[in-house]
Design a protein around this ligand. Structure first.
Ligand SMILES: Cc1cc2nc3c(=O)[nH]c(=O)nc-3n(C[C@H](O)[C@H](O)[C@H](O)COP(=O)(O)OP(=O)(O)OC[C@H]3O[C@@H](n4cnc5c(N)ncnc54)[C@H](O)[C@@H]3O)c2cc1C
Length: 527
């Protein structure tokens, strides 16, 4: 056993850097006999990327476990609630009209112990929509509802939810939280990374503060991967064979003070990519994620402005190049890269911050001493590889299973990009049996439910006959339908309008209380 780590230096003050600072400081300092000092260095000249505004449900657990007052978070981060992602125009119906479907963040009730997918195919009319039939989420989104009552305890809800928030405000919020808990903040630029003869980073040379020796260093410098890629030479492996999108034009749309705040992320497919619509409390954030092989920046900007019917001055578009892929080993010796420095998969399912959360938790679980045992590094790198693979498979599914054929981009998405073998294997199984937890990695983000939503939305199950069709009788199905319809009615009656809910938080002081380590925030629909 070599010396314990007493000092962690994080470089980068974007979402990844500040989340890492807050979480490492909290989790590694519970036992006061072995304190770890966490410092974060951020450039005063290079701003964070300023995108990354939709999240997935585990984000609730992150904030809860950090002891964040959720009401304060909503207020300071211009945050709103997300109940799902609505995909529009990713597929077309028999008449060529855009199809729309929801990927709900709520896992729904089961039919007499069984997945509702097979009885839906057996008993529901062909024109019915799967999520609308088996879940109350669409119904509540259409009405602009929040998933919990005004004054109800923080982090609790009748439906699974995540957040939309303003990226810059969130980084500031995390900064204040982390520094309030003792994280040391240094505003300075890393000019040079000094490598030791053992392959470790020996020191960082800062423009104002000079040479700073380091123990464990966390590279959160964004797409440039200043330490992991540039100084340590760990290769970055692009995903260009499976993913075409490599740029985004981003901007904002004003919203009226009285507009309904619909609790979903919109993902509308255009000619050569897709557009997000993220409703924040006081404005709407949007961006066109596209392939530069199929569209120039100017063409993308024009198509996006036309899509929303807004002018350039209002939208203030800026182009964000995306480095899509993964650093081969995201932990090498005494350097762990987290956030965009470690890799990035396009934001269709809002997974960037989730991957940061996973990376930090794995590092806490496999926290080394100053020997940086190779087996810990290997296990960590293997797990991060699984996280990237899982997200990649799910994103590729949206393109590969599209039935659009109207532009070179969509033809390439379906016929020219590589499809991971793991996804192809699952699709073969899912033609014959509904997606099951048994088909998916143990530590997964996307459940069998989630896969089902997308597959039904894409018409994958039209005319199919799956193994589970024998499991449920028509009477069980009708009973289940009644439960769902009752849930829709009751929830719509009892849940507040999201704008009213958020406005009430701004004047409220209901307390988060001390986080209970054993508590898991609920994500299931209550029927
Ligand atoms: C178009 C787009 C849309 C996205 N949408 C989503 C989404 O909806 N949901 C989601 O979860 N994720 C999303 N992401 C990912 C998300 O933006 C990132 O995961 C998140 O912002 C973390 O970024 P970061 O902190 O790694 O890097 P950055 O925000 O780029 O921060 C880098 C930091 O490093 C510092 N730095 C750089 N060089 C130096 C130096 N030499 N010295 C000192 N400091 C230095 C900078 O000052 C900065 O503070 C999106 C990404 C893109 C590109």
């Amino acid at each position: 056993m070599t010396e314990p780590i007493r000092d962690i230096t994080i470089v980068g003050g974007g979402t990844a850097g500040w989340l890492a600072a807050a979480m490492l400081n909290r989790y590694l300092n519970r036992n006061a006999s072995a304190p770890v000092r966490v410092s974060l260095i951020e450039s005063g000249k290079l701003p964070p990327i300023g995108v990354g505004e939709a999240t997935v449900p585990p984000m609730r657990q992150v904030l809860h476990d950090l002891g964040v007052d959720e009401n304060e978070f909503f207020k300071r981060c211009n945050a709103t609630i997300k109940l799902g992602v609505r995909f529009t125009n990713w597929d077309v119906d028999d008449e060529g009209r855009p199809v729309e479907y929801l990927n709900s963040l709520t896992e729904g009730p089961v039919v007499n112990g069984h997945n509702p997918g097979a009885p839906f195919m057996a008993f529901a009319p062909e024109s019915w929509d799967f999520p609308r039939t088996v879940l109350p989420t669409d119904h509540l989104i259409d009405q602009g509802r929040a998933p919990r009552g005004i004054g109800d305890p923080q982090y609790d809800a009748k439906l699974g939810y995540a957040y939309h928030f303003e990226a810059g405000l969130f980084a500031e919020f995390m900064r204040d939280h982390a520094t309030g808990q003792g994280v040391h903040h240094i505003i300075d630029d890393v000019e040079h990374v000094e490598m030791g003869s053992d392959g470790n980073v020996a020191a960082l040379h800062l423009s104002e503060n000079g040479r700073r020796p380091v123990q464990l260093v966390i590279d959160c410098t964004g797409f440039k991967g200043l330490i992991i890629n540039k100084a340590m030479g760990e290769p970055f492996e692009p995903y260009s064979d499976t993913m075409m999108n490599d740029r985004a034009v981003v901007g904002q749309i004003p919203r009226g003070a009285e507009d309904t705040i619909y609790p979903y992320t919109g993902a509308w497919a255009l000619s050569s990519g897709w557009v997000w619509r993220i409703p924040l409390y006081s404005r709407i954030s949007s961006g066109y994620v596209f392939s530069s092989a199929h569209l120039s920046d100017d063409e993308a900007r024009a198509e996006l402005l036309n899509h929303w019917g807004v002018d350039e001055e209002t939208f203030q578009p800026r182009v964000v190049p995306m480095r899509v892929g993964k650093t081969r080993r995201t932990w090498v010796n005494n350097c762990v890269s987290i956030g965009l420095a470690s890799g990035f998969i396009e934001p269709l399912e809002s997974t960037g911050i989730y991957m940061t959360d996973r990376a930090i938790r794995f590092l806490i679980d496999y926290f080394p001493d100053q020997g940086y045992d190779q087996r810990l590094q290997d296990r960590y790198n293997e797990l991060m590889g699984q996280v990237f693979d899982e997200v990649r498979d799910f994103i590729v599914l949206h393109y590969y299973q599209s039935n659009r054929d109207d532009t070179p981009y969509w033809r390439a998405a379906r016929h020219e990009t590589a499809v991971p073998q793991s996804l192809l294997d699952n699709l073969e199984v899912w033609k014959r049996a509904m997606p099951s937890p048994l088909d998916l990695p143990e530590h997964r983000l996307f459940s069998a439910w989630t896969y089902q939503h997308v597959l039904f939305g894409k018409g994958f199950y039209k005319g199919a006959n799956v193994a589970e069709s024998r499991h449920v009788s028509r009477a069980d199905w009708e009973h289940f339908r009644q439960i769902v319809e009752n849930a829709k009615t009751q929830l719509a009656q009892n849940l507040p309008d999201q704008r009213a809910f958020l406005a009430s938080l701004r004047g409220s002081n209901t307390s988060a209380g001390e986080p209970d380590a054993a508590r898991r925030v609920s994500a299931d629909v209550t029927t």
